[in-house]
Design a protein around this ligand. Structure first.
Ligand code: HEC
Length: 193
């Protein structure tokens, strides 16, 4: 093979290459290929997950918690109150007043106990709701209270304790209604003439 022959082969190869590149270029001019979009589908994100993450963080309303509260668990939880409070009927005042019948009892009214001005100023009776707030954080409920107790952080435990306090009575106060129901009227309410 002489060099002339070689040149022809090289020329042919070059020509073929040029044709391939050139025709690609021309095709692109004609067809304007669009870039492919992102592959795959965008799936909807599971957003409700976070809401149920920490069950203790968001407290159920007290009536709902009380409906499923355990007075027995509450009783063992009140061991931390026992250094300051007695719970039995006719029990003595200790560092704090005795707590027999405290639900619906007049606030800061046990005779023979020196209450703080903060608690005396509160007025009214110990409703379930007030007890829940007081026991969450006594100092936040009554700034200046003598009750040196940090509070019960767990909403469930508070409900248990309140359920136990409720039993400390000869006639325990009724539990708050868990839902607002239309009051059922007794069928024979109307006196028959
Ligand atoms: C370190 C002692 C101490 C501990 C612990 C303590 N208390 Fe008290 N508590 C007191 C004192 C003192 C008062 C009176 C507060 C005042 O006069 O401000 C009081 C008041 C109360 C009252 C109001 C009573 C009334 O007659 O108005 C309730 C209810 C109560 N405590 C419940 C509890 C419960 C439930 C616990 C446990 C979860 C507890 N306390 C733990 C010292 C304590």
């Amino acid at each position: 093979m002489d060099s002339f022959e070689l040149n022809k082969v090289a020329g042919a190869a070059l020509g073929a290459l040029l044709f391939a590149v050139g025709s690609g270029f021309v095709a692109e001019l004609i067809y304007h290929p669009k870039p492919a979009g992102a592959a795959g589908y965008a799936l909807p994100e599971p957003e409700a997950k976070a809401a149920g993450a920490a069950p203790e963080a968001k407290a159920e309303p007290l009536p709902i918690r009380l409906a499923s509260a355990s007075a027995e668990k509450g009783q063992s939880a009140t061991k931390k109150c026992a250094s300051c409070h007695s719970f039995e009927k006719g029990g003595p005042n200790k560092v704090g007043p005795h707590l027999w019948g405290v639900v619906e009892r007049q606030k800061a009214h046990e005779s023979g106990f020196e209450y703080s001005a903060a608690l005396k100023e509160k007025g009214g009776t110990w409703t379930y709701d007030d007890l829940d707030h007081f026991l969450t954080n006594p100092k936040a409920y009554a700034a200046g209270t003598k009750m040196a107790f940090a509070g019960i952080a767990s909403p469930t435990e508070r409900a248990d304790v309140i359920a136990y306090l409720r039993t400390l009575s000869d006639s325990p106060a009724p539990l708050p209604a868990a839902e607002k129901k239309a009051e059922a009227k007794p069928a024979d309410a109307k006196p028959v003439p």
